[in-house]
Design a protein around this ligand. Sequence first.
Ligand code: CA
Length: 226
Amino acid sequence: MRILLVEDETKVSSFVARRLMAERFAVDVAPDGQSGLELATTYAYDLIILDLMLPKMDGSQVLRRVRSQNDHVPVLILTARDAVADKVGNFEAGADDYLTKPFSFAELLVRVKALLRRGPVSRSSVVRVGDLELDRLSQQVKRAGKRVELTSKEYSLLEYLMSNAGRVLSRTMIIEHVWDQSFDGITNIVDVYVRHLRNKVDDPYEHKLIRTVRGVGYTISNGAQP
Ligand code: CA
């Protein structure tokens, strides 16, 4: 298991590196953000331990740049800052865990082992069906690279369909997921919204993605008509 440690405080980095090597990990140390990014994008690490306050390039920037090329390597953030806003910001940018300084080596090791055990996870926020893509973070939808403007209900409906691509979803399932449980309005609400959605997502294109499964409900897929 090869670990990259990006940390500018030599006292911390030499101590952590020495202890990790004693645990039989291979460890590379980068003393600033820029060299950390270079190493992270050159070698296939099993884990990256990243300090936030770094010379040359800030840890959050390193994280964003690493994630733009590699969405699966686990990243453990080390920092003296413990503001909640920072935590949220970094988790959104793709950190997997967070450790506030000062920490004990035992504490670090527990987290390192947990992340390695879990292994690589895909954290992509983008779902695709054919040339249709939906980004759960920015809530943007594009078809063939062109932005599609949806109302919030249309977006929720499309997200539910796309998250279950290839599965046939009944009107009841759709109502329960997209409208709230207590919904008892007009019974053809799903059909009305699917029509709105098709109007924007399918009608301008030759290849149709949303399909009606007669007597059952709807499905979205890039394949042939079921
Ligand atoms: Ca630092």
